[in-house]
Design a protein around this ligand. Structure first.
Ligand code: PA5
Length: 445
């Protein structure tokens, strides 16, 4: 098994019988998910995606990635939320959070259209100067304002630089038939890839949404899908005691019922930080509705032990932690002995740094449990495409079952519309005039 759930440190916070008591609810959630009878059941395309994906498109993704690697020094990936986080998370986890600074034979990759910061946009534009550029614009709806605005800018950059040939450098990932982006792509002759109708943004990393940028970064798509497929098969057992994703989901739910309103996903390697952002979107958008849901947060230790560590140890007892214990780092570092030992650190010598990092984790779990914070552990053997594919599916399945245990629809995000309506009204989008007047009256600036 590529990811295992270790609940050993939950002793004193949660008893085994509490998990067993949730077995019927978990089984019902499993049946609703696989029988497609639960809330949001028209968005279950991700469930069998690792086996049932478009093989022809998969080959086209690999071919397009090769073409981008040959034609571009820089790939700009334009998208927001589920349309960029998964790709960025996988690239940083498998390659590095410093991917763009590494010596490599693949293009630099920058993510745009996930904010409206003029400074950020200008910085990326200036990075593109003098370099060959390609763009992958990703939007399921094809109408989301932030990426659409960024695309307008980068489309112009490419057209100014390459003229007619710009179309050879623009790759669109969007709905198969609908939306402004699809219409534009068809008119201009851009190569298009599909966000399947039945896969929501935050569950779409294993579709073209994530796969094209991930392939451009030089990651092995076959191994990624094989890992997800292994998880799909391994996590079919309905019994909470025999399915680690379900055990994790039930544990989260039991702790939530005991007043732990926040989960912190903890890692000990900064290359996991964006994966934690992906987890936050996955769980936050899936669970946070109807006045319910765990608030998903994340920390990277040791870094955050020197910022949030104090709060976690001694602050309000509102949270539990889930530690991601990666057994083998991508690279280790041998700590040599220093004959002078001025710094007094020879007690750390003659061992790999991963051993020290693992000890920091053990020490932290013991301290935090002592401080009244429940600590669950997800054990992951190493960071490879296969393991990452497994982990993605593991979190998706945990999230779906968690949502059903809570009684919410884990596949919609109605709350995201509220800010959009206000933004359109305040920016003067036609059709929002009435709302504009009401909002302006409320604003104090
Ligand atoms: O998970 C989701 O559905 C959202 O985060 C969307 O991915 C995000 O809002 C972007 O939407 P779109 O791809 O339609 O531009």
């Amino acid at each position: 098994m590529a990811i295992t759930f270790n609940g050993a440190y939950l002793e004193g916070f949660m008893a085994d019988h509490e998990l067993k008591a949730l077995a019927p609810a978990v089984k019902a959630a499993h049946e609703a998910l696989h029988g497609k009878t639960g809330l949001g059941n028209d968005f279950l395309g991700w469930v069998d995606l690792p086996t049932n994906y478009d093989k022809e498109e998969f080959s086209r993704i690999k071919a397009a990635a090769k073409k981008i690697q040959q034609q571009a020094d820089v790939l700009i990936v334009i998208g927001i939320g589920g349309s960029y986080l998964g790709a960025r998370a996988v690239i940083e986890l498998l390659k590095s959070q410093l991917y763009n600074n590494l010596k490599k034979d693949t293009p630099e990759i920058y993510f745009a259209g996930n904010n409206v910061s003029p400074s950020y946009l200008n910085e990326i534009l200036s990075i593109c100067e003098g370099k060959d550029v390609a763009v992958n614009v990703i939007s399921k709806s094809g109408t989301t304002t932030e990426p659409a605005l960024a695309f307008r800018v980068f489309k112009k950059l490419l057209e100014d630089k390459y003229g007619e040939a710009a179309r050879e450098r623009i790759y669109c990932t969007t709905d198969k038939a609908r939306g402004t982006l699809k219409e534009l792509a068809d008119r201009m002759g851009y190569e298009t890839f599909v966000v399947p109708d039945d896969v929501g943004g935050r569950y779409s990393v294993l579709t073209a949404v994530g796969l094209l940028p991930i392939a451009v970064a030089g990651c092995d798509l076959d191994a990624l899908m094989a890992g997800a497929r292994e998880a799909q098969n391994a996590l079919m057992e309905p019994c909470v005691l025999k399915n680690d994703a379900y055990r994790y989901a039930a544990t989260r739910f039991a702790l939530y019922q005991k007043g732990k309103a926040m989960e912190l996903l903890v890692s000990f390697d900064p290359c996991f930080a964006t994966m934690a952002e992906w987890y936050k979107q996955l769980f936050g958008e899936s669970e946070g509705k109807d006045g319910k849901g765990l608030f998903p947060g994340s920390v990277t230790f040791s870094t955050d032990l020197h910022s949030l560590g104090q709060f976690i140890q001694e602050g309000s007892k509102i949270l539990f932690e889930t530690f991601v214990d990666i057994k083998k780092p991508k690279q280790d570092f041998f700590i040599e002995n220093d004959a002078a030992n001025f710094d007094g650190l020879n007690f750390l010598s003659n061992q790999e740094m991963s051993k020290v990092n693992g000890t920091v984790m053990d020490a932290t779990i013991l301290a935090h449990t002592e401080g009244g914070v429940p600590c669950a552990v997800l054990e992951m053997p190493e960071i490879t495409e296969h393991e990452v594919g497994y982990m993605i599916y593991f979190f998706e399945k945990t999230c779906a079952i968690s949502g059903y245990l809570l009684g919410v629809n884990p596949f919609d995000q109605p709350g995201v519309e509220s800010y959009k309506k206000n933004m359109f009204a305040l920016l003067g989008k036609p059709g929002y005039e009435d709302r504009q007047a009401a909002l302006k009256a409320k604003l104090s600036k």
